[in-house]
Design a protein around this ligand. Structure first.
Ligand SMILES: Nc1ncnc2c1ncn2[C@@H]1O[C@H](COP(=O)(O)OP(=O)(O)OP(=O)(O)O)[C@@H](O)[C@H]1O
Length: 456
């Protein structure tokens, strides 16, 4: 997918890292029981930790994936010889290059799963990186769909050679971060492969495009409000996991609609960890860092201070929530001036009691759906608070969204009709049946000029 210049400008300030708190290394948790395949995978991470830290010989725990017992999953093959950061001396050989002096004692290959795959297999799986199999394009890589010999579908991110020099760090960072995480709502890493000057990341294929494509109507049948809520909850869970439940907090730094991949059953998986940062010190209040991210989603406080906290992801999530409710891009350069920055425009509409006019025209209007939009806007604006301290933690966002979804479902799912003799015993239930299309519990819900179909 080609990206619009206005929304996908990636900022990299010249500000250098000021705080040495952050390093790409962390402690191994060897106490967790792992299956034998995961032991192999752990060694990958161990070597990555070494590569990134340049000094430590321990690595973080890698947790297996939900479907790790699935024997058809892709396999990871390791061999040792050279450092990941250097180019292969043998242009004709392909191998997993996770080696360093630390791993030099290992001369035989290890593998994860039931076999191994080679560059040739990946090359073949994508029909020689054919245009037909191209599913996306990012700043430093083109993404292909591949079908392995055993039938498994994978996504292959192929580094652009011209971008590799400047983006090698991001590329490695993505592998490193992906290797440390496991969550249903995060794209899963299968492996990394180098072959001559080719660098490939092989990840779980998520087959239904990205969220932006769905909002643009170029994918799917249009997302209904309930589906958007489910997706928002999935994203909130994924980010909560990154912030709270990994060994060390991970800040994604590039939460945006094109990084949210959608599965066939319309659930979300967060992708693209090129900019993610891991904090070595879970207690640290912030990480001082180069500013990276995507225009329109970036936390102004982070831009101002260069201090990265989890609340920067919360800010981007707020932008994304507004995007999901309005259908608009965060920046709309062709709109008139007071509508160009979508969050500002939507906030004004909400304040004026006109949230319904900011609602995505593709969404079906009903009192219940309008109520959802309004509540989600309110949450979004908390996420967008100028002060990071006023922004809710991601976990709270997930809880609020759960509540919104529950209310929506309660309102829109008709209760089963009970036989009259039973319903007499449940007068309250009978009463609730009629709340379905009511808006009376939403006292702040006022329109100065509501469209006809929502006037009572
Ligand atoms: N695992 C995957 N499964 C299916 N499609 C994918 C997968 N990963 C990426 N894509 C598709 O490729 C597109 C580009 O992904 P990629 O992560 O390379 O770049 P981006 O996020 O759009 O841009 P950038 O990396 O510059 O921020 C995604 O928007 C998505 O449509």
């Amino acid at each position: 997918m080609k990206k619009s210049a206005s929304t996908n400008l990636q900022y990299q300030s010249s500000q250098r890292t000021k705080n040495s708190n952050f390093q790409h290394s962390s402690e191994i948790d060897s106490t967790k029981k792992q299956n034998s395949a995961l032991k192999s995978f752990k060694s990958v991470v161990k070597i990555f930790a070494l590569i990134f830290s340049g000094r430590r010989k321990t690595a973080s725990k890698v947790i297996g994936n939900d479907d790790r017992k699935n024997t058809s999953k892709p396999r990871l093959m390791l061999s040792s010889s050279t450092d990941l950061s250097s180019e292969s001396s043998n242009k004709n050989s392909s191998k997993w290059r996770f080696s360093s002096s630390y791993a030099s004692s290992s001369t035989t290959s290890e593998q994860l799963g039931t076999g191994n795959f080679t560059f040739e297999e990946i090359y073949k799986s994508t029909a020689k990186f054919s245009q037909d199999n191209q599913i996306g394009e990012g700043g430093f890589g083109t993404v292909y769909r591949g079908k392995l010999n055993d039938g498994t579908i994978v996504a292959v991110k192929r580094a652009k050679k011209e971008a590799l020099q400047s983006h090698l760090y991001e590329f490695k960072n993505e592998i490193y971060t992906l290797s440390k995480i496991e969550h249903l709502n995060l794209v899963r890493l299968y492996g990394y492969l180098e072959h001559g000057d080719e660098k490939l990341i092989i990840v779980e294929y998520v087959g239904n495009g990205n969220l932006r494509e769905h909002l643009d109507g170029i994918r799917g049948d249009g997302l209904e409000i309930g589906e958007r809520l489910d997706i928002a909850i999935d994203i909130a869970h994924a980010i909560t996991y990154l912030h709270m439940y990994t060994d060390n907090p991970i800040i994604h730094r590039d939460i945006k609609a094109s990084n949210i991949l959608i599965s066939e059953n319309l659930r979300a998986k967060v992708a693209d960890f090129g900019f993610a940062r891991l904090s070595e010190d879970p207690g640290a209040t912030h990480i001082s860092t180069q500013v990276k991210g995507t225009a329109g989603y970036m936390d102004p406080e982070y831009l101002r201070t260069y201090q990265l906290t989890e609340k920067s992801d919360v800010y981007s999530f707020g932008v994304l929530l507004v995007e999901m409710m309005t259908g608009r891009h965060p920046v709309e350069p062709k709109k008139k001036i007071d509508e160009r920055v979508t969050i500002r425009w939507a906030m004004k509409m909400l304040k004026n009691g006109e949230a319904v006019f900011a609602m995505d025209p593709r969404l079906r209007r009903s009192p219940a759906s309008i109520k959802v939009v309004k509540k989600v806007f309110k949450l979004a604006f908390q996420c967008l608070a100028p002060s990071i301290h006023s922004r809710p933690p991601m976990k709270n966002c997930a809880e609020v969204l759960w509540g919104i979804r529950k209310d929506f479902k309660d309102e829109t799912t008709p209760l089963p009709t009970l036989p009259s003799h039973q319903s007499e015993n449940f007068p309250q239930r009978e009463k609730n049946k009629h709340i379905t299309f009511g808006i009376e519990d939403d006292d702040s819900y006022k329109f100065s000029s509501a469209p006809n179909h929502i006037r009572s």
